[in-house]
Design a protein around this ligand. Sequence first.
Ligand SMILES: Cc1ncc(COP(=O)(O)O)c(C=O)c1O
Length: 392
Amino acid sequence: MAQPPPVPLLDLKPQYRALKAEIDAAIARVVESGHFILGPEVEGFEQEAAAYCRAAHAVGCSSGTDALLLALMALGVGPGDEVICPAYSFFATAGSIARLGAKPVFADIDAAAFNLDPASARAAAKRCTRLKALLPVHLYGQCAPMAELEALAAELGVPIVEDAAQAIGSDDAQGRRAGTVGRIGCLSFFPTKNLGAFGDAGMVVTNDAALAARMKMLRVHGMEPKYYHELVGLNARLDALQAAVLRVKLKHLDAWTAARQANAARYDRAFAEAGARDGAHALNAGGLPLRYPTAPGAPARHIYNQYVIRVPAERREALMAHLKAQGIGTEIYYPVPLHLQECFASIATVKGSMPRSEAAARETLALPVYPELTPEQVDRVAAEIVAFLRAE
Ligand SMILES: Cc1ncc(COP(=O)(O)O)c(C=O)c1O
């Protein structure tokens, strides 16, 4: 029998095909205007994205990484300062701290949601002498435990910057939108995100008018007015073409997120029926040796930028290879925790010091969850995984 069609980890083509006329018209509008950097398209997108994020201000910029840099710079983070972040995230979280000459101080994650663990962050703070901020990440599209982190930040007298690169439209356990709980939230529109540009793009959101003005200045070399520089900033401007594409896509974001949530729920059901348990259970706690993501209850909202399971470390490579042979794409986010990255060897804590981050790096596997997947494709991916893990 012929093998069914492949299921890639992500396929962006159906989304473009569905919106082709609208997107092409938006691109043509920008090209004909001759206004390619910042300007009215960017301002329009900033207003619409701010409303979507329930933030008073949004400042578009050139990537999620630059959003992190702008946020930290606006808060005065510089050489010798310390910022606490999770040891398990995409590199940019810690890289942006280090790029400013500050020190990322790593804390461990919680095993179920892969997000910054408040108790570990509190222990990390005890090691700090120049702590300037907390930088939690809403990994895979699920909010970090913000109420606990807010209490800790208040105790420590430092602001929170939210790395919401993977979490546009996600809500925390109190129903508050990702990016608006801390002083500044940082978004990425990297093409694989739920709201993806046609290239690099990002944004900072805040309810603080003075910080928004400062970040606007910092994204254009610290310039205001033209050719007068109060600060040394970045070239971190957002292109009008990206803003125009993102304005079209933003209108569809909630529908896409709902489709991702439906796919996630379908995986959850298939895995639970096969004897797997959710991420609140240790891998060795019995049942099928697979843990699916713990879905947060309302009012929290998980936007499933990634659907990440946990499998025994010694079987992960073989499972990936088996799925690849079946035409099913998967990915490991992330194989090396941040504290063990070579570039942080001189500052970071040693192997074994962040056990939950290290276990996540060995055990996690991201499955296809993009909105256009059919129920049959989800069922097939789940069935292949279950059959593989059942076979000894
Ligand atoms: C958690 C996290 N932080 C920061 C970034 C950086 O965003 P960008 O790739 O847009 O620079 C990303 C995404 O790539 C991310 O996933």
